[in-house]
Design a protein around this ligand. Structure first.
Ligand code: KG4
Ligand code: ZN
Length: 335
């Protein structure tokens, strides 16, 4: 079964063809990073406009690369939330028109479910149950993945998402956008010599605003004496330790021996290494997506769509003409 996945929740226009949830025939990502860079972050209105001008080309490219025609499409999966509403609406409108004209079923996909599903592509033997550490620009969650379409969020950030904290630190240090990879690049050249606060709670929640503010205060205090590489290393280290400590504790308490990383920040080398070391120490197995499936892409959406499709979480488009963007779409909810 071939699924066309469509992802437009933020600043990447992406379309993919995936067979049975795990085999990627094409995955085209048209990034708008260069456009938003000069504003220091994503400008929603500009993102929506670029999705409108890009989407038809990206669909053509995805079908051509997969060497299939519109007639070969079995169903369509599309991100319906969470995300920027105007941006989501472009992908959803395109997906609805496509489903209508081809008379194919449509699967509304939760963006985070997509990030988790990226692991099914990169790790063909991976099956639920497992614990997922979901770390992106908008989310920081520990999710108990009970089955392919059954999720329980057991911990989440009480303020900033971890990717957001990376981006703000990068902005404070004038490193550029998106900040995560740039902070990480500096961190590789430094040592974690600055002491930064690590907020802990009794449950599995996170807080990253304290550490982000501590970085800003240090920069304001030390001015040109600040060692950017050491500060980035200290920030990255502390954040990765908090993320991994909470996740391992959740695994111990829930008696779950498999963990996966998901979301843009799962591309972080330090985080990948630390989760591997700590998993091994506890006798657990860690999985992560290949780097190309960490940040936003449509292959992960088509993969998540497959598991929803086989679990009857799909619609005849003529019965779901009202399908819309759902900015507060809950993980595991049937839209
Ligand atoms: O999942 P994603 O592409 O978009 C959202 O759903 O938010 O994640 C983007 C986030 C950005 O905040 C970016 O700075 C961060 O992922 N990121 C990283 C790395 N690569 C991307 N953060 C730390 N280290 C990286 N290597
Ligand atoms: Zn994302």
């Amino acid at each position: 079964m071939k699924c066309v996945g469509i992802e437009t929740s933020c600043d990447e226009t992406s379309v993919s063809v995936v067979e049975d949830g795990r085999v990627v025939l094409s995955n085209i990502v048209s990034s708008q990073i260069d456009i938003h860079k000069k504003f220091g972050g994503v400008v929603p209105e500009i993102a929506s406009r670029h999705h409108v001008s890009n989407i038809a080309y990206v669909v053509d490219d995805a079908l051509n690369t997969a060497n299939i025609s519109f007639d070969d499409i079995d169903y369509i999966g599309v991100t319906c939330g969470p995300g920027l509403v105007g941006a989501l609406l472009v992908g959803i409108s395109y997906a609805k028109s496509l489903a209508y004209s081809l008379n194919k079923e449509i699967v509304p996909v939760h963006h985070i479910e997509g990030h988790i599903a990226a692991n099914y592509i990169s790790n063909p033997d991976l099956k639920p149950p497992f614990m997922a550490l979901v770390v992106s620009g908008g989310h920081s969650h520990i999710v108990h993945v009970k089955d392919y379409t059954k999720f329980e969020i057991i911990g989440k950030t009480r303020d900033d998402a971890v990717g957001e904290a990376f981006d703000k630190v990068a902005r404070t240090l004038n490193l550029g956008y998106p900040g995560g990879p740039l902070v990480s690049e500096e961190a590789d050249k430094g040592q974690a010599l600055y002491s930064l606060p690590k907020t802990k709670f009794d449950n599995y929640d996170f807080s990253f605003s304290g550490i982000k503010t501590a970085v800003i205060n240090l920069v304001n205090k030390e001015k040109e004496n600040i060692n950017i590489q050491n500060l980035c290393a200290s920030f990255e280290n502390a954040v990765c330790e908090i993320l991994v400590e909470n996740t391992i504790r959740a695994m111990q308490d829930y008696n779950i021996g498999t963990v996966v990383l998901a979301g843009g920040v799962s591309a972080n080398k330090k985080l990948r290494k630390l989760i591997e070391i700590e998993s091994k120490r506890n006798g657990y197995t860690a999985y992560m997506p290949e780097l190309k499936y960490c940040t936003d892409n449509a292959a992960m959406i088509a993969s998540a769509a497959y598991f929803n499709y086989i679990n009857e979480r799909r619609y005849n488009i003529k019965e779901r003409l009202d399908l819309n963007a759902y900015p507060s779409f809950k993980l595991g909810e049937k839209m």
